[in-house]
Write a protein of this length. Structure first.
Length: 259
């Protein structure tokens, strides 16, 4: 029996070492990275649309009563758009932070998983150490192995499950609010945010677009915040809930082992 256990532990050490060295080819890790990358890409597209809207609102505030760009001392009737512009800018900042964190997770998932499997391999090797020579070293086997499995297995698994279930749970909410944003901002194109267009070509249409955004500002901002909440749920909330569950299961088995 003891010989069989030693063979199993040696096999675990070998497999964990291989997983640590080939972390970039691990299908579980690559699937987790793909989920983080997808959130980063979609949030990047949302950020670009927010910045385009931000530029539109900023330029709209500079239109004077006569229909040209504002000059010193002239009236600015579209200055009422400033609170909306400020809010959109703050939402864009939050989206940018989430996009950056998602990108970091996509890059770090592989190396972190490799470190986790290296810890599992090291824990398996430490298990072979004689208790009489290094009595305190054997006590590190369980925490080292548990932490390694958490990083190498539980962490990417949480993101893979998030890609499967969290996306489905939020796809209707995302589609509904994305359609609302597209409807309200459909006429805003890069050409609409240039000074030349504002000053000489289509000022009346520009004002109508600004009026539509002002009257529907609450709906527009609520839709952007809902999409932000969808991203947060997909990349943070759902994986953290699963990681908490995995941690509780690990502690349960660890307590049973101590007993």
């Amino acid at each position: 029996m003891a010989r069989r256990i030693r063979v199993l532990v040696a096999g675990l050490a070998l497999l964990a070492a291989i997983a640590a060295l080939t972390y970039d080819q691990n299908p579980l890790t690559r699937a987790a990275q793909a989920h983080a990358e997808s959130v980063a890409k979609v949030s990047a597209a949302t950020y670009v649309s927010l910045r385009a809207l931000n530029a539109f609102l900023s330029t709209a505030q500079e239109i004077e009563l006569g229909g040209s760009l504002v000059v010193s001392g002239s009236a600015q009737p579209l200055k009422i758009l400033e609170p909306i512009d400020d809010t959109i800018e703050r939402v864009a900042g939050l989206i940018f932070m989430l996009m950056a964190v998602s990108g970091v997770l996509a890059v770090a998932m592989g190396p972190v998983g490799g470190i986790g499997w290296a810890l599992v391999a090291l824990a398996a090797l430490v298990w072979f150490a004689p208790r009489s020579r290094v009595p305190g070293l054997r006590a590190l086997v369980q925490p080292m192995g548990s932490y390694g499995l958490f990083l190498g297995l539980a962490l990417p698994l949480a993101f893979v499950l998030a890609a499967t279930f969290a996306d489905r749970m939020t796809e209707r909410t995302y589609a509904r609010h994305n359609a609302t944003i597209a409807e309200l901002t459909t006429d805003i194109a890069p050409a609409d945010v240039t000074a030349e267009t504002t000053a000489w070509q289509d000022v009346d249409r520009y004002r109508r677009m600004a009026g539509t955004l002002y009257s529907q500002a609450d709906t527009l901002i609520a839709s952007y915040l809902a999409i932000l909440a969808v991203f947060v749920f997909r990349i943070f909330v759902f994986p953290l809930v699963l990681l908490g569950l995995f941690f509780a299961i690990t502690r349960h088995f660890a307590r049973d082992h101590d007993k």
